[in-house]
Design a protein around this ligand. Structure first.
Ligand code: SIN
Length: 326
């Protein structure tokens, strides 16, 4: 049998990071290039044809729409090639859930696309990058990976882009998922899926756009006053994601200010600052002109709202429908 042909797009992060010592806590992400990384991978004897391309070499806190554009362009071209089995993207773990979700929304494919990172740099004792990478290749090589959207592989677990979030600052088991936890378990030699594929049609959910509008996140806390809203919302702002307390709640004066702005066309999505849980529609959302973020946390809610507005979808009802989709 022909071994799978996989494009590896590198963006940096800890998986390509290095420090001056094996035990120091501080290190620099994005220190080695894709060629050197793939030389190290070669020693693992993985049975796949890997072609590397460097898209960026940064810490993922510095990811930009321009980098998303390059990832989208390269991944789309590769996936359209019948010879290509799928794409692996190496990425910093801090914002990997955002890039994964954005690509999940916008890539028209059923072929596997897997984002992978590491929690420890190459020079550290117990570097997890090569194992995570071998696992990612294992996932992309599996015919059963088709139709599962964009995936994130970390710590021997496979997560769907819509569910995944980084939930711990340290440790190799730093990721979890909501509402689904892992959708599969993986090692370099074994892979088990929990359930059937869910994205069997190959259409993108949204056209890709780089001209994303200004959509800040409003972090709600005790004793918050409406002037926090006024400091955040500028003339260019098209939407706000409320990172609310509990089930997307906010102090009454803040709500009133946002209702005034929603009536002038600002799109307001209520999400939660809690790590997990649904934010459902409340009867007042109709009157307020608000949207309930459902299972999406604020970072992903922001990306979805930006994509919708950029594509001309500004009706709160239509926005709600997009948030309701699993
Ligand atoms: C980053 O996100 O680039 C740094 C942290 C990491 O990759 O774990």
């Amino acid at each position: 049998m022909k071994s799978p042909s996989i494009l590896v797009l590198a963006t940096g992060g800890t998986i390509a990071g290095a420090a001056d010592s094996a035990t120091r806590h501080d290190y620099r992400p994005g220190q080695i290039g894709i060629e050197e990384f793939l030389e190290r991978v070669e020693e693992l004897g993985i049975e796949a044809r890997l072609t590397g391309k460097q898209i960026a070499n940064i810490g993922s806190e510095d990811i930009t729409p321009a980098i998303w554009h390059d990832l989208h362009t390269c991944a789309s071209a590769a996936l359209a090639d019948p010879e290509c089995s799928g794409v692996v993207i190496t990425h910093g773990t801090d914002t990997v859930e955002e890039t994964a979700f954005l690509l999940d929304l916008t890539l028209p494919t059923t072929k596997p696309v897997v984002l992978v990172g590491a929690m420890r740099p190459i020079t550290a004792v117990g570097y997890d990058g090569l194992r995570n990478f071998a696992n990612a290749v294992r996932v992309v090589s599996d015919p059963e990976a088709a139709g599962r959207g964009v995936l994130v592989v970390m710590g021997d677990r496979v997560f769907a882009a819509r569910d995944v979030r980084k939930s711990r600052t340290r440790g190799t088991d730093a990721f979890s998922g909501f509402p689904r936890d892992a959708v599969g378990l993986v090692t370099p030699s074994a892979l088990d899926w929990f359930g059937a594929p869910w994205r069997v049609a190959g259409e993108a959910r949204s056209p890709f756009r780089t001209d994303l509008p200004d959509v800040p996140v409003l972090f709600v806390h005790a004793a918050m006053t409406p002037d926090y809203v006024d400091r955040l919302v500028t003339r260019e702002t098209r939407g706000v994601v409320v990172c609310g307390v509990g089930e997307g709640n906010m102090p009454e004066p803040v709500r009133k200010r946002l209702v005034e702005l929603a009536r002038k066309g600002l799109r307001v999505v209520r999400s939660t600052r809690l790590a997990e849980g649904l934010v459902d529609r409340e009867p007042e959302d109709d009157e307020n002109g608000f949207v309930a973020g459902r299972a999406l946390g604020p970072a992903k809610a922001r990306i979805l709202l930006q994509m919708l507005i950029a594509n001309g979808i500004t009706d709160p009802g239509e926005i709600q429908t997009a948030f309701d989709k699993p």
